[in-house]
Design a protein around this ligand. Sequence first.
Ligand code: NZQ
Ligand code: ZN
Length: 396
Amino acid sequence: MKFEYLNPTRLVFGAGSLSRLGEMAGTYGKRALLVTGGGSVKRSGTFERARNSLADAGITVFECEGVEPNPRISSVKRGAATARDNACDLIVALGGGSVMDASKVIAAAVLYDGDPWDMIHHGQPQPHVPTEALPLITVPTLAATGSEMNCGAVISNAETREKSFVQAECLYPKVALLDPELTVTVPKDQTAYGVCDLITHITESYFNGTGDTPIQDRFAEGVILTAMEYGPKAIADGNDLNARAQVQWAATVALNGWLSAGSGSAGYPVHMIEHTVSAFHDITHAAGLAIINPAWMRFAAKSNTAKFVQFAQRIFGLDAKGSDDLDCASAGIDRFEAFLKSIGCPTRLSELGLDDRLIETYAKETLRIVHDENGLLPGRPAMSEADVVGVLRAAL
Ligand code: NZQ
Ligand code: ZN
């Protein structure tokens, strides 16, 4: 095993920690752009508390509201213009993954003279990977993406029908302030999608890794089991603060690099395919994942059977005849899909009103944006266009 791990984000976790926002922010700036979504933080009173905490610390607040789910590059440009016009020296993201992702790219766009869409990998020969950004503080109000403590962002372009990512060290937030109390107002469906998203982040590195990574496997299985135990509790009773806290911590650790460090993960094929479907239909990210992941698992289990048998045994306690027991592997996938259904996630494209008309286009687009030197979608196994089409057909 050879690997390097860096995560420079300071993590502050616990109910009530929103009150420390001003104290944290004061270290980094005096003029903050406070970025929010479609209004949930205003309805819940979270926005006012955040603004007051910043004001009490002597920080002047400027606002960028209205970042949409599957955040658009147009919102990034609007936010960057506001930050520039007001000489902001700090960005504060208060919202879900969409707000946090938009905030990251705003933080870099403020210091970049070109078009911020250059930063997003959308198949251009040489994306502009940013090397500098304003300091960013993330305050997630929804447990799902892990964006609060990683250096990635996913942005959509409605005009070109593309949705893709940027990853750069300068995009790590300075501070991630995690207050599970802020998530109690998240509705049941978004809570379930968050659970699905975080588990999919883990399964992507678990199943696409090199194997022979016993510590990472046990970490991954522990977080999956915890999410499967506390996720349904948070969905059943949104005010169950302990369940909210467990789910929020699970979401953060699922994608802050710790679980995947050293796993030799070859890629995020389920995410890459989902991003294309989202780009065409603006579907909720994890609704797409709940549909594509089980179909992808059935495809990958044929060649990586032993890992799927391990998943079936350790997550669902199933018995296997041996590490090549494909029936056991398949039963584990069936149980996983049943779990997703039980928490209210869709598991077929038809449930979102999608049919097979654009399946070839989704596959082509996915591979146009992300491919290895052989033109395949990275993963284990790497996927051809026909493989992607096969997985999507199985998900109809
Ligand atoms: O916009 P508002 O009014 O705030 O409402 C949001 C939105 O409608 C609502 N919400 C958020 N917090 C709430 C709340 N409602 C009530 N109470 C609260 N406390 O939830 C809805 C969904 O919000 P959104 O931010 O879109 O959800 P999520 O956190 O799932 O983020 C999804 C985005 O993140 C990207 C996805 O592709 C998608 O664009 N991802 C980012 C990643 C990253 N940066 O590492 C990794 C992920 O795999 C993912 O791709
Ligand atoms: Zn995701």
